[in-house]
Write a protein that binds this ligand. Sequence first.
Ligand SMILES: Nc1ncnc2c1ncn2[C@@H]1O[C@H](COP(=O)(O)OP(=O)(O)OP(=O)(O)O)[C@@H](O)[C@H]1O
Ligand SMILES: [Mg+2]
Length: 316
Amino acid sequence: MTDENDNRVDATPEEPVTDAVSAAEPTLDDGAEPDIVPGEAPPLVEGAESEREIEVAVGEKLVEVKNLTIKFGGLTALDDVSFDIRRGEILGLIGPNGAGKTTCFNAMTGVYRPTSGDVLLEGTSVKGRKQHQITRMGLARTFQNIRLFGEMTALENVVVGLDARHRTSVPGALIRSPRHIREERSSVDRAMALLDFVGIAQHAQKRSRDLSYGSQRRLEIARALATDPKLLCLDEPAAGFNPAEKEDLMALIRSIRDEGYTVLLIEHDMKLVMGVTDRIVVLEFGRKIADDLPATIRNDPRVIAAYLGVPEDDAA
Ligand SMILES: Nc1ncnc2c1ncn2[C@@H]1O[C@H](COP(=O)(O)OP(=O)(O)OP(=O)(O)O)[C@@H](O)[C@H]1O
Ligand SMILES: [Mg+2]
């Protein structure tokens, strides 16, 4: 596993950089903390229903990754990678260490600006948009290295994601108008429902830094869900888990899909990936080497060779 790459700044910009992003830091958004943008919470628990329309067009193209290339100086981390993500599926993104998986997430979520190529969400390009704008479009992610507001409680971490949805004005909030109080209460209810959904409701009032590693991973997922994403990108959510914890997490990911979300999952554990995904894209040295059903991927000589580090002929 490589370190989280989000703070490195040497990717090549495709086009002149405008806005607040300087030419010296072409691909980074400005905040070190993850962007949290409001959305409708999913209808997980009675009393916490969202106004989200459940997408019925399962199987339609939701995201198109088109000829995505990311160069860091002389290193091509992603090389002309294209794949689609269909609404309602769990798509696995796998490959050996350094294959470009996290880089792909970073390009999709606005952390890096592609050297060339594009990412379309429901036909709309994310190009040139900042991380929070892309989150608002419906693309949420968790990080390979957990990023939470450590001093805030678990509940507050999720509420922050829902808070900005409130329609009350600042004066309304200051005088605690009835509307503000109502919205505040519904935010807390929804956040509790999300914590319950990911299985950590009992830790709602604990500071997130005091939570166990496994609970922090789940909290990150709850916070990402709070933005009500069209696509939820999970970067090694089960890293560091024991087999039983991994099984539990996979069950959670399945139930997230069953709630109507689409999931893109980076995961190293092959057994786990095979068990939970509907389809798998395989990267090796920044290139896509396979894109198929799990059963086919499992027997693909190129994939086996990539993982075992042996020549294809031997793997076959
Ligand atoms: N900001 C950066 N600057 C320079 N090189 C980078 C940067 N980000 C990623 N890389 C390099 O790009 C390649 C792909 O890295 P990436 O983190 O995407 O791999 P990964 O598939 O997520 O690997 P892992 O499974 O270890 O997390 C690696 O060689 C990495 O060192
Ligand atoms: Mg990675």
